[in-house]
Design a protein around this ligand. Structure first.
Ligand code: GLN
Length: 244
């Protein structure tokens, strides 16, 4: 069994160590004897996304999002849209998350037309939404408290065609107003959680691995790993944030 991962824009969208999420996915596969292959898809490099089981996009500054607009508009956007429609598993962080929506108007008024694969828009503001935060993810049999670090100017407003990834417990999330964090649509997970998010949230990491593998292998059961350290790191932040 093999998990094939494609890292979109590793050259431009990789803020706050987001590529660490790929290290976690790879490690959690290899510790189970699952092979992993990794392919970068930097600016200008055509990669057939259909060949991959899991797509990852990290975060980036406004200027880095601007740098890939022409390519997104001319061909990459359509490829990402097709991969999402095809049910590809995707984790998109902050700027990479924003990229999947209709548009993003930056704090200094620049309008960006984006992939438009998911029904949401983002609007920048002078005051950034920054800090450790946590949200509740209610998709599995038991609620999961996801912890992470957010730093974004944009306020993201979800449309009717998508649902939130989770409900903010502490911090800001999508916009600091409606209590939503991130987005869920088919097998796409968009979130503002940097950190990187997966080391301290092993349940999410395994869910993404399972979804990615199941597209190719059908039903997959992952053997449990010893997550003592990971869960201790998660609990440390949960307790610290719960005191606020
Ligand atoms: N530049 C975007 C914003 O400020 C995304 C930032 C990020 O990826 N951390 O909202």
């Amino acid at each position: 069994m093999e998990l094939k991962i494609c890292h979109l824009y590793p050259d431009l969208l990789n803020l706050y160590g987001d590529w660490g999420n790929i290290v976690v996915l790879a490690q959690r596969c290899m510790r189970r004897g699952i092979a992993v292959s990794l392919q970068g898809a930097p600016l200008g490099e055509q990669v057939n996304l259909a060949e991959y089981d899991l797509l990852f996009i990290g975060g980036g500054q406004d200027r880095e999002l601007e740098a890939l607009l022409d390519e997104v508009k001319s061909w990459r956007g359509a490829e990402i849209k097709a991969a999402i429609a095809d049910g590809k598993t995707m984790l998109a962080i902050c700027g990479g998350y924003q990229l999947l929506g209709h548009s993003y108007k930056t704090a200094d008024g620049k309008e960006m037309d984006l992939v438009g694969a998911l029904d949401f828009t983002s609007v920048g503001a002078k005051e950034r939404l920054v800090g450790d935060y946590m949200f509740q993810w209610d998709e599995l049999s038991a609620p999961v408290q996801i912890v992470g670090f957010e730093n974004h100017s944009a306020r993201t407003y979800l449309g009717s065609g998508v649902r939130p990834f989770g409900t903010v417990l502490r911090g800001h999330g999508n916009n600091g107003e409606d209590g939503t964090e991130g987005v869920r649509y088919r097998n796409v997970f968009g979130t503002y959680a940097h950190g990187p998010v997966l080391p301290k949230n092993p349940v999410l990491a395994d869910h993404l691995i399972r979804l990615g593998l199941e597209q190719r292998y059908g039903s997959v059961t992952l053997e449990p790993l010893d997550d003592t350290l990971e869960l201790r790191a998660n609990q440390f932040l949960v307790e610290r944030l719960s005191q606020k």
